[in-house]
Write a protein that binds this ligand. Structure first.
Ligand code: TZP
Ligand code: MG
Length: 212
């Protein structure tokens, strides 16, 4: 976290927008630009699932989105693809439990890139707390944006993390909207990670801003 805008990860996690071309209802660059204008504080490129781009097309979109995020001084995190994150010198990587082991990811990316890890159990949280810069906890509510999403879990693990690892930054994820975000924040989350509420909004700028 040697870049200026990493001074406070918690602040950066406040409105954490996630998108891949498969989630965008219009041009992904336009979608992310409007979300940035609306005040998102972190962005994750999650190119995954049916219809997602591969190879050079994926790299090109990532490169353009990274440049856009840099204009707004918003961290650019890449989901799963550690090699692409290293190649582009992205600000960080986010991995799940089914991805590469987090110790090996940390070794590859070094200490200065942000490492985010999805956790669903106390044990996954305990291990992530040793190596991650932040954790993603969910799905809090029902979601249609992840094919293999687990059952909605509510906020119990966010509450547990807040109590047991008070200094570990954390976001809630899954089915979060401007209306229910308060439940996630009241459970102790530093921020909310969101796909569809922002990506599918008719007014992306406004909706992103409503999460403030
Ligand atoms: N991980 C857990 S739920 C989820 C991911 C990637 C999808 C969140 O998308 P949405 O549309 O905000 O529910
Ligand atoms: Mg993953």
């Amino acid at each position: 976290m040697n870049r200026l805008y990493y001074q406070d990860i918690r602040k950066q996690l406040e409105i954490y927008f996630i998108l891949g071309s498969q989630n965008a209802k219009k041009d992904p660059l336009e979608t992310v630009k409007e979300a940035l204008e609306g005040g998102i504080t972190c962005f994750q490129f999650r190119e995954k699932g049916i219809g997602s781009l591969q190879g050079a097309e994926k790299r090109e979109l990532a490169t353009s989105l990274f440049a856009l995020c840099q204009q707004y001084h918003v961290p650019f995190i890449i989901n799963d693809d550690v090699d692409l994150a290293i190649e582009l010198d992205a600000d960080g990587v986010h991995v799940g439990q089914e991805d590469e082991d987090i110790a090996s990811v940390r070794e590859k990316i070094g200490p200065s890139k942000m490492l985010g890890v999805s956790v669903h159990t106390k044990e996954e949280l305990r291990r992530a707390a040793e190596l991650a810069d932040y954790v993603g906890i969910g799905p809090v509510f029902g979601t249609r944006s992840k094919d293999d999403a687990k059952e909605p879990a509510g906020t119990w693990l966010i509450e547990h993390a807040t109590k047991m690892y008070p200094s570990l930054p954390k976001v809630g994820i899954g089915g979060i909207t401007p209306e229910n975000a308060v439940i996630v924040r009241n459970a102790g989350a530093d921020g909310v990670a969101v796909i569809s509420a922002i990506a599918a909004s008719k007014d992306i700028r406004l909706t992103a801003n409503l999460f403030k």
